[in-house]
Design a protein around this ligand. Structure first.
Ligand SMILES: Nc1nc2c(ncn2[C@@H]2O[C@H](COP(=O)(O)OP(=O)(O)OP(=O)(O)O)[C@@H](O)[C@H]2O)c(=O)[nH]1
Ligand SMILES: [Mg+2]
Length: 337
């Protein structure tokens, strides 16, 4: 088969897991073969996104949540993916994560993976998805994904999670910024971390009222919306029936973590009961299937295209001799031969 052993991976061999993760991140032949072979074993892990502003305490919270899960459920396996956005804010975040997670590093049922690059898979979200699939197949029950909530790439990552935890902190204007970034809309659970600092109650109250307002607005928008089964577009998952709870935590003091874990489990139960879990899964698979079909088509087409033709036609469009649509038709004509 491939140069790695599915059995070793599924038995919890960390070295085997580590090797597969590297191959998959590099998106080389063996990485692709591994993903193909492992796919049948995926679909069980609970993917939990943790996002928020730089320094909000995401790593600390992920650390505390992972420790809590390990204590609460003796047999559970927890994977952590720390996505470094390579932003100037969080330089050194990866080293920081290592330093702050010593207990987890020695736990045989915990695996921490930092992603320092955008990867070969065409974007952080694709790489994150592929790595979570490996963890899922390797029997990890929870995949915690830490990402800075700063841009589209991060929103894409969050979309692949079943449960999204948005981390806010006390301080004037933070909540306003959260709205601006559209980050409240993606939250399944809101956390005011650093609740040991002054102003936590104020931030908490602001978030509660904003969530309530937003939720009523969202219900109005979503009501009467029907899905079309045959569309190729990814389907939005409706939030109807779930009011995101707002919780206070102090990650460095391990306070509020049990309530957070309970909220995560509640959200999972809600996803299962409402069919949203299945809908998310279907949407994700539909999206990746579409992407692969388009990639394959485009690669085949490029192979058949005579050298230089693309540039020639492009120049004709630039000179307004033909329209972009006519140009596309002319280029695609080479696909049928
Ligand atoms: N007072 C207080 N400080 C905290 C708490 N949680 C985290 N911190 C501190 O906040 C700083 C940032 O924590 P991190 O966990 O690295 O935050 P982060 O969101 O992962 O940061 P980046 O990954 O760099 O965006 C550290 O100095 C933590 O010790 C908390 O609950 N209370
Ligand atoms: Mg961090």
């Amino acid at each position: 088969m491939t140069e790695f052993s599915v059995e070793a991976l599924r038995k919890g061999d960390k070295l085997a897991l580590s090797r597969v993760l590297s191959r998959v991140e590099a998106d080389d032949e063996s990485g692709r073969a591994a993903l193909d072979a492992l796919f049948a074993f995926t679909g069980k892990a609970h993917k939990i996104g943790v996002t928020g502003a730089p320094g909000a305490g995401k790593s600390s919270l992920v650390n505390a949540l992972a420790q809590h899960l390990r204590r609460a459920y003796a047999d559970c396996r927890v994977a952590i993916i720390a996505v470094d956005p390579t932003s100037p804010f969080s330089g050194g975040a990866i080293l920081g994560d290592r330093v702050r997670m010593p207990d987890l590093q020695n736990d045989p049922f915990v695996f921490i993976r930092s992603m320092a690059t955008r990867g070969a898979l065409g974007g952080l979200a694709n790489t994150t998805l592929a790595l979570s699939q490996v963890f899922d197949a390797a029997g990890y029950d929870y995949v915690l994904i830490e990402t800075v909530g700063a841009g589209q790439a991060e929103v894409d990552i969050v979309n692949l999670a079943h449960t999204t935890i948005v981390v806010d902190t006390p301080g004037m204007g933070d909540d306003i910024q959260a709205i601006k970034a559209g980050i409240l809309e993606i939250a399944d659970i809101l956390v005011v971390n650093k609740a040991d600092l002054p102003g936590a109650d104020q931030t908490f109250r602001n978030l509660v009222s904003m969530i309530e307002m937003g939720y009523r607005g969202a219900s109005r928008v979503y009501s009467g919306h029907h899905r079309q089964a045959e569309t190729l577009e990814a389907q939005p998952v409706e939030h109807e029936g779930w009011l995101p709870p707002v919780l206070k935590t102090s990650a460095i003091n391990a306070q509020g973590i049990e309530d957070l874990e309970q909220a995560v489990q509640k959200h999972r139960a809600y996803l299962r009961a409402s069919g949203a879990w299945h809908a998310k899964e279907t949407g994700a698979i539909r999206q990746s299937l579409n992407k692969l079909v388009i990639e394959e088509l485009s690669a085949n087409w490029k192979k058949k295209l005579p050298a230089g033709l693309y540039e020639t036609i492009l120049q004709s469009v630039i000179k307004r001799e033909i329209s972009p649509r006519a140009a596309a038709r002319a280029l695609l004509a080479y696909n049928s031969e």
